[in-house]
Design a binder for this molecule. Sequence first.
Ligand code: FES
Length: 150
Amino acid sequence: MTQQEIDAIVDRYQSKESAILAILQDIQAKEKYLPKETLEYVSEKMHIPMASIFRIATFYNALSIKPRGRHKIDVCLGTACHVRGGNKIMDKLERDLGVPVGETTKDKKFTLESVRCVGCCSLGPVAVVDGEVFGRMTQDKVPKILKELK
Ligand code: FES
């Protein structure tokens, strides 16, 4: 991402400190993650300490300071999904993708993460793939879902 592109995002929010989350979300949407150099540039430009920006960048699940894969798979491990077998879905994905939760496959195709409740507990166990909710997940459904992702 060029400095001009970052400037355009920051300027869109009139450099308001209160808009820092929205600014980081816009950068994330474009870059798929938040590169350290970009955060440093934003920190300097907006006069916000790097530690504050880093805290926000690591707090929200939608943001990532590590490069992510083309597809993001979140397995819900909230209480309702957990009691319905969310861990088994996670186990199957870890096995099939060959990476532990929190990691990205070597080919940069998939990033596997866990979330705590996405608000559709009655459909549990739930996985969210690129923002699409898959309810009543079973281990058997995993290969088909992975296969359909290019
Ligand atoms: S606990 Fe999984 S959606 Fe609520």
